[in-house]
Design a protein. Sequence first.
Length: 195
Amino acid sequence: MIRRPTLRTFVTTIAIASATALTACATGPVPSDRSGMSPDVAIEEFFEGRTYAYGVFERGEVLDRRIYVELDGDWDAATRTLTLDEHFLYDDGRTQQRTWTMRQTAEGRFIATAPDVVGEAELIEFGDAAFYSYLVDLPLEDGSTVQVRFNDRLYRVGNDVMINRAEVTKFGITFGEVAFVFLKDRPSDWPEIPR
């Protein structure tokens, strides 16, 4: 006797395929071979001292907000730890602060933590690029938070310039993108960021 697929079998197959696809989407960025590209990303060198960043957050094709960030980095060579204190100013006047602790575990590898980051992020450097993925409790305007994943890609495009692109996902589905340009020199039109 030949058994025909039932609706239950069909729905189960679709559910398994969907879960597999979502898991594949949530694994984070996969770097191409950038080992020959220069200058080296060297985050501990680039973020030492004061850094400035212009950024935007987009949902779909729509610019949602502009972001300004001042970063103060301190590299402790003895403990192989970069402490990165970030102060954000959004175009609606809202401010935010985050402190990353990035401990170098091997050449080109860091374990990164921050108070609003769930667990740890592993940052891996490849030539002029670095890649990392992490969960964060993102604050909303009503005071609540939502847990989302950031899949970050950093590219050092000059001695004093780095570009950061990140996909913001929930359940493996991208709902926004963030882009930053990091500069070592203070721009002439830089706003005052409250601390």
